[in-house]
Design a protein around this ligand. Structure first.
Ligand code: NAD
Length: 487
């Protein structure tokens, strides 16, 4: 492994503009999934630390340090943070790859652009949030004010740690909220580094806090805290449901971005080379640990055998490699538990009657690391567990279909509704199928594209509320109606 660069500093909590230890002095280890080696120790936030962070965020909000700052000045700080992320791109990308096991190609060239892009894009919105004047009655002057919510708690997963900081903190801050971010315990380093850069950029104390720790302790404390106005959560559907129940006690606003089992539909009239590339990238990008992964590939029967054979050939060429090598396109899964769960699903699929046409096994490097081969299961029936449950790994289930109606029925016959793909040269079919799909995103003749300006979120059990785009600002603001009697 080529991890010969500088050692990583121990991670601290970022509370009230300072890097601090946990009140208890507790720390936890964060390990490199590719080498199984210790990266560094990180301060572990307990209930008391979360309380400190929330109170700092509350004071920064109620005292007006952030919401009453001129929107143009807030915008400048957000933009500067985006610039600082770009200026420190190599370092942040390396932290992300060490922590998560994803290829450095992805962290350095995709994730960095997205997280910096979020701070740049939403900086523009800080000065463009407006209410309306309403002419309900000439005797009154009536108008609405679009106001921030207050303190936003952002709870984020391990698969896109730095991107999620951008998705959640950038719009929340642009709208005038203050934030407390709880990164996943597996991947705390990039969020801590970005919060340090926020201090360097000149954000007032208390505006941008980070409390790494366990979900059951730090996450739970954030959701229960009465001074938190909203929780923006991305993670598993199980934890999302639990958060929804817990947040009910304090009637918190919620955005939930949950799991997916997204259909990627290939019609016989598609550009099949492009579809092949899109299908491969749709599942193996990010090791398949991607909420929007095109994990169910629906292929029209007339091209099914040939397409599946070509897909298997491509998958066999995607050999897992050292995540720090710029040429690597398939990295290590987040940890052993996840790897065993993925391998267990492959076994289940085969037992259920699927045909294993590529991969299927662990692929350690020098005897180490949680690498799994790019795996393709063919002849999958949509009722099988491998077609219905989120595997969250490099495992593709290929399912044949008869016609557009059959494709749509199979695509929608699932608990989730996060994303979907359609490959066809027929424009009418592309749009009619897109309308029929019950999913928050449809990609036509493309897959896994994101932009800070385009909303993203779930239908059905994939959650509610939106990240990104102007639409998500609704979820970080509230409307006040003001009535003035003119008589
Ligand atoms: P997870 O639900 O286990 O954890 C997500 C976060 O919640 C972590 O920070 C964790 O510490 C915290 N958490 C756990 N228990 C908690 C509790 N009781 N109270 C408060 N917080 C708690 O998810 P994960 O394994 O980190 O991530 C993978 C999941 O995330 C997948 O299901 C994936 O589909 C989903 N995901 C969804 C999207 C999306 O936009 N829809 C994006 C990325 C990932």
């Amino acid at each position: 492994m080529s991890d010969t660069l500088a050692p990583v500093r121990p991670g601290k909590l970022i509370i009230n503009g300072e890097a601090v230890d946990a009140a208890s002095g507790a720390t936890f280890e964060t390990r490199n999934p590719a080498t199984e080696e210790l990266i560094t120790n990180v301060a572990e936030a307990g209930v008391e630390d979360v309380d400190r962070a929330v109170r700092a965020a509350r004071a920064a909000f109620d005292g007006g340090a952030w919401p009453k700052m001129k929107p143009g000045d807030r915008a400048r700080l957000l933009h500067k943070l985006g610039d600082l992320i770009l200026a420190n791109a190599d370092e942040i990308a390396r932290l992300e790859t060490l922590d998560n096991g994803k290829p450095i190609f992805e962290s350095r060239h995709v994730d960095i652009a997205m997280v910096a892009g979020c701070f740049h894009y939403f900086s523009g919105w800080a000065s463009k949030l407006t209410g309306e004047t309403n002419s309900v009655n000439p005797a009154f002057f009536t108008y609405t004010l679009r106001e921030p919510l207050g303190v936003v708690g952002a709870i984020i997963p391990w698969n896109f740690p730095m991107i999620m900081v951008g998705w959640k903190a950038a719009p929340a801050l642009a709208a005038g909220n203050t934030v407390v971010i709880k990164p996943a315990a597996e991947t705390p380093l990039s969020a801590i580094r970005i919060a340090e850069l926020a201090i360097e950029a000149g954000f007032p104390p208390g505006v941008f806090n980070v409390v790494p720790g366990r979900g059951s302790v730090a996450g739970e404390a954030l959701v229960k805290h009465p001074m938190v106005d909203k929780i923006s959560f991305t993670g598993s559907t199980e934890v999302g449901k639990h958060i929804m129940r817990t947040a009910a006690d304090t009637v918190k606003k919620l955005t939930l971005e949950l799991g997916g089992k997204s259909p990627n539909i290939v019609f016989a009239d598609a550009d099949l080379d492009a579809a092949l590339r899109g299908a491969t990238m749709g599942i193996f990008y990010g090791k398949g640990e991607v909420c929007a992964a095109g994990s169910r590939l629906l292929v029209e029967k007339s091209i099914y055998e040939e397409f599946t054979a070509k897909l298997a050939e491509r998958a066999r060429k995607m050999v897992p490699g050292d995540p720090l090598d710029p040429k690597t396109r398939l990295g290590a899964l987040i940890n052993e538990k996840q790897m065993n769960s993925v391998l267990g699903y492959i076994e289940t699929g085969v037992k259920e009657g699927a045909r294993l046409v590529a991969g299927g096994a662990r692929a350690p490097i020098n005897g180490k690391g949680t690498f799994v081969q790019a795996t393709v299961l063919a002849d999958v029936d949509n009722k099988m567990r491998v077609a219905q449950e989120e595997i969250f790994g490099p495992v593709l289930a290929v399912i044949p279909f008869d016609d557009a109606a059959d494709a749509v029925a199979k695509a929608n016959d699932v608990f989730f509704g996060l994303a979907s793909g359609v490959w066809t040269k027929d424009v009418k079919k592309a749009h009619t199928v897109s309308r029929a799909l019950r999913a928050g995103t449809v990609w036509i003749n493309m897959y896994n594209f994101f932009d800070p300006g385009m909303p993203f979120g779930g239908y059905k059990a994939s959650g509610f509320g939106r990240d990104l785009g102007a639409a998500c600002l609704q979820d970080y603001t509230q409307l006040k109606s003001v009535w003035l009697n003119l008589e």
